[in-house]
Design a protein around this ligand. Structure first.
Ligand code: SF4
Ligand code: FES
Length: 249
């Protein structure tokens, strides 16, 4: 296949970016999207040009490092799929694809398709932990947790912190990410300590980082490669108001 690319090129955070045309020739349908970009980059390096910068690590859909917009859609057109797991068989010979970095004030562009997502780290630092003395390894049955609760917590913990939810949201809200990180602790007995301070600190950090408010558009859930449900946001809001009531007493 031959694929036409329009790629956002931006040399530095303070440089002016622009879309640049490239052609990816000899693309096999079995290639992953990032392998296709690797081949384009090999051609650029051979010509002495600067390769296209993009993030990746595991290339297995589990680390959350990769992510950019393909035709305006975070992680591309396949639902429940990270860009590293997207394959070229999804596209047709002669397609033109526009690749852009996440667009959000709180995720400044570092270079080309790479953005700074350290705001997510600071939200986690604000409260995404439990202060418990775990001691030695316990018997697995020492704290009984109903399977439905464990499953819900696990579903929330599946968030890989990629940032697609922010990129899809018209408010650039990180409510889905923040609520998933709060839920996977608040649903479990081990997360009850600091439950109230956690939600307040993480929501306040979210706002301080410049992310917008959630207005229930659902775009975040639609593009999330881990299909994190927006019911997490409702749980976070309930917990936040409860925490404010407790604080007010
Ligand atoms: S909620 Fe989904 S889209 Fe958002 S950071 Fe987590 S995995 Fe990525
Ligand atoms: S590179 Fe790890 S999730 Fe895509």
């Amino acid at each position: 296949m031959r694929i036409n690319l329009k790629v956002w090129r931006q040399a530095r955070p303070d440089a002016t970016g622009r879309l640049v045309d490239y052609t990816a020739g000899d693309v096999s349908p079995g290639m992953s999207f990032l392998e296709m970009l690797d081949v384009v980059n090999e051609g650029l390096i051979a010509r002495g040009d600067d390769p296209i910068a993009f993030d990746s690590d595991c290339r297995e859909g589990i680390c959350g490092t990769c992510g950019f917009l393909v035709g305006g859609i975070p992680h591309g057109p396949d639902p429940g799929t990270t860009i590293c797991q997207l394959h070229m068989r999804r596209f047709k010979d002669g397609d033109t694809l526009t690749l852009e970095p996440w667009r959000a004030r709180s995720f400044p562009v570092l270079k080309d398709l790479v953005v700074d997502r350290s705001a997510f780290d600071r939200i986690i630092q604000a409260g995404g932990y439990t202060s418990i003395n775990t001691g030695g390894a316990q018997d697995a049955n020492a704290i009984l947790i109903p399977k439905t609760v464990a499953d819900k917590a696990m579903d929330s913990a599946a968030c890989i912190g990629c940032g697609a939810c922010v990129a899809a949201c018209k408010n650039a809200s990180a409510a889905l990410f923040t609520s998933a990180k709060i839920s996977h602790l608040s649903l479990l007995p081990q997360g009850q300590i600091e439950r109230h301070t956690r939600v307040v600190r993480m929501v306040e950090r979210h706002d301080a980082e410049g992310f917008g408010s959630c207005s229930n558009e659902g775009e975040c859930e639609a593009v999330c490669p881990k299909e994190i449900p927006i019911t997490n946001i409702a749980r976070m809001n309930r917990d936040y108001f409860k925490a404010m009531l407790v604080k007010g007493k």
